[in-house]
Design a protein around this ligand. Structure first.
Ligand code: ADP
Length: 497
């Protein structure tokens, strides 16, 4: 146990002892006051047990405490009547000490029987309405038999002391409590932490209290006082065990589940990262190594086409054209795939980058297609930021290239803008091209996903996947807004830092 915990426990015991000492002093000077304070304390704890058990009933699948909680509502009510009925209180004139003693013994029977029955509800469903009804009837019968029908056995005779019924009842109640303890212990594994310890300690305190109650001859005597104090301790221990199960356990369960999910998540992320790295490496190695044999295939095909063109018939020439075309496309795909796999693994460190220079580089690379299509490319002033300049050229080139490629009949108009948002720059590449249907907005960023056949528009379907990877490597996001037939706007963010 940590030192702070030990200190706290010592402090609690000290406070408890001081309370007992104060109660003892009060009992010596005014027993009625002592009894009222002690009973009020017990009643508060009993009602607190009900309140906590009732309000935490959904957190636990263990109805043991809910059953005890409901019982406590009625036990607390009878305990209150007992307090008011105590000799000298003057609430029920003409009854003497017997009334309070009868009520006391009735409450103890109700309490011990409740503790005996409660283990039946460990990890079981409970019919709340039925339990309330049974306790209501039992409480009503106790009250009627004592106050109206006068059939409850005498417990105390003024001037004589306790009746045999009272004394025997205390032993019977103790036996019921022993039964309750053994039933509870038999199922102790279904409780966690210190719950069972507290409950058993509570019932032992109750038994000790009953023993003191067999001894007293005067309701204002020392034995009666010790009995009351032990009874408070007993209820307090039930309260402690309830707090443990109602508050500590659900959180423990919650934290346990949370910790488990966290560990599982970490493992999954670890596995994903590893497989992602493996895949990227594979894509890199495969595309890199495939380049060489493929280059050989295509150059030999071209050689055959040149040298033996005269010897081939029309079909032969056509087949040869298909083969050369296929080899070329494959080479383009492999080159693009290599670019794609290089983004994450072989990028340069970020450095101050002037986006105006980046744009002019991209436009230079696209010069042929700009001239062919008579595209007009305009732009806002572009900022300086921390980035990988080669990848930024790639990004602009792919987006502007697409804006030109997916044009309508008229000459393409492309505008590049940049806006400073809270923490990042937002760039947009707007065109007046063919546009994209909204349900393709996500798909087009996935490798090899194209919306058109190779006959309509050339391409490998890797360009936007590369853009997404570049933007994400820089900590930004990329998305498209478009209206089919009206043009598209591709936007991406690059964080300031
Ligand atoms: P590619 O251009 O090689 O086909 P991309 O990954 O660059 O591959 O683009 C994927 C698909 O997204 C394209 O095939 C096209 O259908 C669509 N797309 C991309 N940019 C535009 C654009 N500016 N206007 C219309 N469609 C576009």
């Amino acid at each position: 146990m940590p030192k702070s915990r030990i200190a706290k426990n010592i402090l609690l015991v000290l406070i408890g002892l001081i309370c007992i000492a104060v109660l003892y002093i009060i009992s010596r000077s005014n027993y009625l006051l002592f009894h009222s304070i002690a009973e009020m304390f017990a009643v508060v704890v009993i009602f607190a047990i009900f309140a906590i058990a009732w309000n935490s009933r959904r957190f636990s699948d263990n109805a043991y405490f809910l059953f005890i909680g409901i019982a406590c509502l009625f036990i607390g009510a009878l305990e209150l009547v007992h307090t008011l009925a105590y000799r000298g209180m003057g609430v029920f004139p003409g009854y003497g000490s017997n009334l309070a003693t009868q009520l006391w013994i009735a409450v103890r029977y109700l309490e011990s029987l409740s503790l005996l029955i409660a283990p039946l509800f460990i990890q079981r469903k409970i019919n709340i309405k039925l339990v309330f009804a049974v306790y209501f009837v039992a409480t009503a019968l106790i009250i009627l038999s004592i106050f109206t029908w006068n059939i409850f056995p005498q417990c105390y005779i003024d001037g004589v002391g306790l009746t045999p019924f009272k004394v025997i009842s205390e032993y019977v109640i103790s036996l019921i409590l022993v039964g309750a303890i053994s039933l509870l212990l038999a199922q102790r594994r279904k409780f966690s932490g210190n719950v069972v310890k507290f409950l058993v300690a509570s019932m032992l305190a109750s038994i000790a209290s009953e023993m003191f109650f067999t001894l007293y001859t005067d309701v204002y005597g020392v034995n009666n006082m010790i009995g009351h104090l032990l009874q408070i301790v007993a209820f307090y221990l039930i309260y402690k065990s309830l707090i443990e199960i109602a508050l500590a356990e659900p959180y423990q369960l919650l934290f346990h589940n949370l910790k488990k999910s966290e560990t599982e998540l970490k493992q999954t992320v670890g596995k994903l990262t590893r497989s992602n790295a493996d895949l990227t490496e594979f894509a890199y190695v495969a595309s890199h190594d495939l380049q060489e044999p493929l280059r050989m295939v295509s150059s030999y095909l071209q050689l055959i086409e040149r040298r033996y063109r005269d010897k081939l018939d029309n079909d032969g020439i056509e087949f040869m054209t298909f083969a050369v075309d296929g080899a070329n496309r494959m080479q383009k795909m492999i080159t693009d795939l290599l670019i794609f796999s290089r983004v994450g693994t072989r990028g340069k460190p970020f450095a101050p980058t002037d986006c105006e220079i980046i744009l002019s580089q991209a436009l230079l690379n696209l010069e042929t297609s700009i001239q062919e299509s008579q595209a007009v490319v305009t732009h806002d002033p572009l900022p300086n930021l921390m980035a990988d300049s080669t990848q930024m050229v790639q990004l602009f080139q792919n987006l502007i290239g697409n804006a030109i490629k997916f044009r309508k009949a008229q000459a393409p108009q492309v505008h590049i803008s940049a806006r400073l948002k809270a923490d990042d720059w937002e760039f947009s590449v707007r065109d007046n091209g063919i546009g994209i249907e909204p349900h393709y907005y996500e798909r087009i960023f996935v490798v090899f996903q194209r919306l058109h056949g190779k006959g309509e528009y050339p391409g490998t379907g890797i360009g936007l996947a590369v853009c997404k990877k570049v933007v994400e490597r820089h900590g930004g996001q990329i998305w498209v807004e478009s209206e089919p037939g009206q043009g598209s706007t591709f936007s991406f963010t690059i964080p300031l830092g």
